[in-house]
Design a binder for this molecule. Structure first.
Ligand code: IPE
Ligand code: IPE
Ligand code: MG
Length: 254
């Protein structure tokens, strides 16, 4: 009996969407369609972030991780990068008090050493202001790359080995997980990419191992709450097997 109850609760657990990760792509094309400069698309993208955060709070999602700027985006024209960095400062400055009221805890992941000093200052203030909130973890990846994240975690572990705190024989997946940028927040259940492309573009490579992937044709500034709701709804119909057989997961055979 207890076994059966355990199994049922495990099945239920695997069907609950706790963590959503989104590659917010398509801002430039959204602007181009309207004959506007690319930056207008990025600004419209900030509104879509606000709507999505509200939707996640309503849906009871625990963690929302957003890809805002990748390691590879440093290769874009200087002017676009400068305007984007300024937009991040402005968006944090304007939005964080409201996020704070909603009970959102903000965390920025990525290589901060690459970011301008005024943005780093704004990030530190925003994180400090929201540190005690627990309704939704909002994680924003800026100057982030999945490969950078893995290398960074390896460096931390290599230092521990060099200092004699960890032996190579003891090293396992859990050590790496604990050093990754999403440590403590769990792996995403649902990955969404807007903008029509079906690729990961160096987002959370380590943490997406068993995440369910969704690709949307919507450009990010057009992404709406009802589309998110539909994805979360259809997630419940998927069977997460984690390498096992369908019978094992459904509990037909132990
Ligand atoms: C995503 O939108 C935002 C960032 C990468 C900063 P894009 O700027 O990539 O928009 P498209 O793909 O050119 O339409
Ligand atoms: C992915 O979008 C990165 C972000 C949304 C921050 P890109 O526009 O940079 O991805 P690619 O170049 O199409 O792979
Ligand atoms: Mg793009």
């Amino acid at each position: 009996m207890a076994d059966q109850a355990d199994k049922t609760s495990q099945q239920h657990e695997t069907l609950v969407v706790r963590h959503v990760a989104i590659v917010m792509d398509g801002n430039g094309r959204w602007a181009k369609k309207r004959k506007l400069p690319r930056h207008a698309g990025h600004k419209a993208g900030v509104n879509a972030v606000r709507r999505t955060v509200e939707a996640c709070v309503e849906l009871g999602i625990r963690t929302l991780t957003l890809f805002a700027f990748s390691s590879e985006n440093w290769g874009r024209p200087r002017e676009e990068i400068q305007k984007l960095m300024a937009l991040f400062v402005e968006a944090l400055n304007k939005q964080v008090p409201e996020l704070n009221e909603q009970g959102v805890r903000l965390t920025i992941i990525g290589d901060r050493e690459q970011l301008p000093a005024d943005l780093v200052r704004q990030i530190e203030e925003s994180e400090a202001m929201t540190a005690d909130n627990d309704r939704l973890n909002l994680v924003v990846a800026v100057a982030y790359g999945g490969r950078w994240d893995i290398v960074n975690a390896c460096k931390c572990l290599a230092r521990q080995v060099a200092d004699g705190e960890l032996s190579v024989e003891d090293l396992d997946e859990s050590h790496l997980t604990a050093q990754m940028q999403l440590a403590g927040l769990g792996d995403p259940d649902l990955f969404i990419r807007t903008g029509g492309a079906s690729r990961i573009s160096n987002f959370l490579l380590w943490n997406l191992a068993y995440t369910e992937l969704y690709f949307s044709e919507s450009l990010w500034p057009d992404f709406e709450q009802k589309e998110l709701e539909a994805m979360v709804g259809s997630f419940h119909e998927r069977e997460r097997r984690y390498g096992k057989t369908s019978e094992q997961v459904s509990g037909d055979h132990a």
